[in-house]
Each structure stands twice: as C-alpha cells, then as structure tokens.
Design a protein around this ligand. Structure first.
Ligand code: ZN
Ligand code: ZN
Length: 342
C-alpha cells in the first residue's frame, strides 16, 4: 500500500509499505477519507531532524473508512462497518481509557499519525476500540472532519456551554475555527469571526457569523466591544495557537466571560493577570480534542440537526495529490482539505 511521510521543510512524499495484518485486538480500516488538520502543519513545517522518529511514521490523524479485516478477538465490529477513527490508544483500563479519553491515559498513550501509522494511507491498522460507528447518512468526508477538527470544535463549545444567549468570538478561522463558527451559529449564538485572511472571513460569514473582523485592520477587542454595547463577548475561543491572540481572546470577553484555548503550541503572556483575568472573574478553559463517546454523539448531532458541515468541506484530493493539498493548506486556503479514496 501507499502511505505518506513528512520529509521535512514543507515536503511530503508517498512510500510503499507492506499491507498491515491485524493482531488479536486490531482491525484493518480501508481508508475512504482523511482530513488535513491544522496540527499537521507543525510536522509539515519542521526540519527532517526535528521530525525525529516521526519521519518514518505515516501521517494523518483524521481517518475515516470501512472495516475490511478483523483480528481474531474482535467482537465489537464486523466487516463492512463504516467507522471514524479516534486517533489515540491507551492502556485500556484506567479511568480515562474507560471513559473514552485514551489521549489522557497516564500509562502511556499512542498517537496515531505521529507515533503509529496514520490515515494518509490506503489502509490503517488500529485497535478495535478506536473505531467509532457513524450514521449511514454521514459521508466519509464528514466523518474524517469529525475525527479531529470538527470534533475538537464541538467539544470546545460543549466545555464553553455556548448558547443562543451568547455573543461568541472565534479567533482564527482555519478548519477548527470555522467549525466553531458553524456550531456557534447552530446554537443561535451571535458569532463574531476573527481572521486576517479575507477568504476565511467570507466563508465564516456564509457559515453563520454575524460579523467578521480583520485583526490587521482594527483592534478586535475594540471592535467586539462596539458590537456588544461596550461589554465584550460572553464566550471566546482561540483556534490560532498564537500567544498574543490567546491573550486577545481573553480580553475580548466581558466581566464573568468564558474563554477557551484550543489551538496548540507556544505560550501566552498576561502582563497584568489581575486586571486581565482575576478582577474580571474570567473562566479560562483548555480543551483538547474529544472522547470516543462524544465522537459518536457528534455524528448523530450533525445528521439530526442538519448541520451544514459539507459547506466547509471544500477541497478534495487523491492520495497521489497529497503534496498539492499540503501546499495550498499551508498557504491558508479557506475551508477543509480532505484526501478522498474513490
Ligand atoms: Zn488534529
Ligand atoms: Zn489508560
């Protein structure tokens, strides 16, 4: 089979790998769709040395496909099942693993697409417990998005408790931020989208944002205060992973506001934590992806509520064109990019 490796310095390449064989608790998933996630840009931009052991591991952590082979002990799946892959495996018996949060396993967690082969390949070898069933009417492309970016946004909104009473500011309109905009609008919240790229702001408005702010042209905190009668947003989310933007996301909330950090990497500096956070009674949250339980719930949510997820799934490539997919994603194209197998 073919699989994609990160080669360092914004290069990726396909290599031949032996077709995988499942051990007792594993299954083979024939890939149908694997999404490109913002966090894939870190290995993409890394040097080859910086990649370390990851340089020999197939990338891709938003896999979705069909179960085509079962290990002898697998009882929970059958051949032909359509599944989203939760891209983590843990010890299987700690409190976090048992609640579907294998990424929080304290006994050693394996991250697929980084430490074990991921979804930019014709087949993926995974533990059966990583496979989450999906509704018949959810497309593989939608399922792939749910497997990281869309699921991450959904869970962050759950943590933040975003409702129709809120003005909700979303910083960064890459795939996760756009999904947060989409889900925020679906709850009836007044969504303010912030991004320096015009194409992404336009898409955010199409997905239901009431305002789109260019942070290079205006001060987002002032602009959000203007929209909210001088008070600030009830809730904000940072999907940019940029330190200064994280701080701005917190400052854009009103007194008793809630802010959530989702974008990864780097730090954040509050020079005046007393006035920025403490004296404004801010609730500050971190949110890292989602559990298998929430992933299954999300599949039904999208179908049952008619969430127009498809309207942000805009770029499709074959595995042979994965290099082009990464080049355009890195350049900041608007909407989700997905590798599709026909
Ligand atoms: Zn991701
Ligand atoms: Zn565990």
């Amino acid at each position: 089979m073919h699989g994609m490796l990160f080669l360092g310095d914004k290069k990726v390449g396909l290599r031949d790998f032996p077709d995988p064989t499942p051990s007792a608790s594993q299954v083979i998933v024939k890939m149908k769709a694997t999404g490109l996630c913002g966090s894939d840009l870190r290995p993409y931009r890394s040097t080859l040395d910086g990649l370390g052991a990851r340089a020999s591991v197939i990338g891709g952590h938003e896999p979705c496909g069909e179960v085509v082979e079962l290990g002898p002990d697998v009882r929970t799946l059958k051949i032909g099942d359509r599944v989203m892959v939760h891209h983590y495996s843990g010890c299987g018996h700690c409190e976090h693993c048992l609640s579907g949060w294998a990424q929080l396993c304290q006994n050693g967690m394996t991250l697929y697409g980084s430490q074990a082969h991921g979804g930019f390949a014709d087949y993926q070898l995974v533990e059966a417990h990583m496979c989450v069933p999906m509704p018949e009417s959810l497309t593989y492309e939608e399922g792939a998005a749910c497997s990281c970016g869309t699921g991450t946004a959904y869970q962050a909104l759950k943590r933040l408790g975003v409702s129709g009473r809120d003005t909700f500011a979303v910083f960064g309109q890459g795939p996760v931020g756009l999904n947060a905009t989409l889900f925020g609008a679906a709850t009836g919240a007044n969504v303010i989208a912030i991004d320096p790229i015009a194409e992404r702001r336009e898409l955010a408005l199409k997905l239901g944002a009431s305002h789109a702010i260019d942070p290079m042209a205006v001060d987002p905190v002032e602009a959000i205060n203007e929209i909210t009668h001088g008070k600030g947003a009830e809730a904000s989310l940072d999907a940019s992973g940029v330190g200064a933007v994280r701080r701005t996301a917190v400052l854009s909330t009103r007194v008793w506001g809630r802010a959530c950090f989702v974008g990864e990497g780097g730090g954040v500096n509050f020079e005046d934590a007393t006035n920025d956070i403490i004296h404004r009674q801010v609730t500050l949250l971190g949110s890292w992806t989602f559990s298998t339980v929430v992933l299954e719930e999300l599949g039904h949510y999208i179908i049952d509520r008619n969430i127009p997820l498809k309207s942000l799934l805009l770029h499709r490539y074959s595995l042979d064109n994965v290099e082009e997919a990464f080049m355009l994603f890195e350049a900041g194209n608007a909407g989700k990019s997905t590798i599709i197998w026909s």
